[in-house]
Design a protein around this ligand. Structure first.
Ligand SMILES: O=C(CO)[C@H](O)[C@H](O)COP(=O)(O)O
Ligand SMILES: [Fe+2]
Length: 213
């Protein structure tokens, strides 16, 4: 299992220090929001480039933006481990995933709560990870939506049938309680923002790991 704290809940005036506080995690989740795909605006390419240079752990970049076919490849930097774009926003998710993989980064596709898995099941081998959103994208601190969890089983079954490795990530409302449900449903990669930065990050990361150990 992997824990990816979201720096959406960190102090944006001190991001290098905030990355240092989560150095025991597996990757840092960076939420890029464009004010169009979601009704919130965070940060973009020049800031992600600098975060990748100073972070002690790899970056997991979650793009909540329109036209990811155009912009996602611009987020490939040394230190960026994976780039996640939204299936709802992409013109061609399979082609974009191939472009990202060819550029040397893991390719991941995200599904909003109302988007089903159907379009991905036959092409699951094209992705390194699927992000099943467990809240409506746009804001931290929202409540976990357990009704999204059955998607995980369908995606896992498709990956097994295709004989491919697939990471299944959940993002939104994950804490030491809901992580147990998400893990039981098949998730292996857990994003948590407010649950990590709402206390001592190292202790909170250890508690998340401990909850499903
Ligand atoms: O993508 C996101 C929101 O769109 C964030 O990664 C997510 O909400 C993390 O925040 P929290 O753990 O507080 O729910
Ligand atoms: Fe996210």
């Amino acid at each position: 299992m992997r824990v990816h704290p979201s720096i959406l809940s960190a102090d944006f005036a001190n991001l290098e220090r905030e990355l240092g506080r989560i150095s025991t995690a597996d990757a840092a989740h960076v939420d890029v929001m464009d004010g169009h795909f979601v009704p919130n605006l965070t940060l973009g390419i020049p800031i992600v480039r600098r975060l990748a240079e100073v972070s002690p752990i790899p970056l997991d970049v979650h793009l909540m933006i329109e036209d990811p076919d155009r912009w996602a490849p611009e987020y490939v930097f040394e230190g960026v481990e994976s780039i996640t774009f939204h299936h709802e926003a992409a013109r061609d998710s399979v082609a974009l995933a191939k472009t990202l993989r060819d550029a040397g980064v893991q390719a991941a596709v995200a599904l909003k709560p109302a988007t089903d898995t159907d379009a991905l099941l036959d092409v699951i081998a094209e992705f390194d990870m699927v992000l099943v959103m467990t809240v409506e994208p746009g804001f931290g601190g929202q409540s976990f939506m357990p009704e999204t969890l059955p998607k995980l089983g369908r995606l896992r079954a498709a990956a097994e049938a295709a004989g491919t490795q697939l990471r299944l990530q959940v993002d939104g409302g994950v804490d030491a309680t809901t992580i147990v449900e998400a893990h039981a449903a098949g998730a292996d990669t857990f994003v948590a923002g407010s649950a990590v930065y709402g206390g001592d990050p190292a202790e909170r990361i250890a508690a998340l790991r401990g909850a499903i150990a």
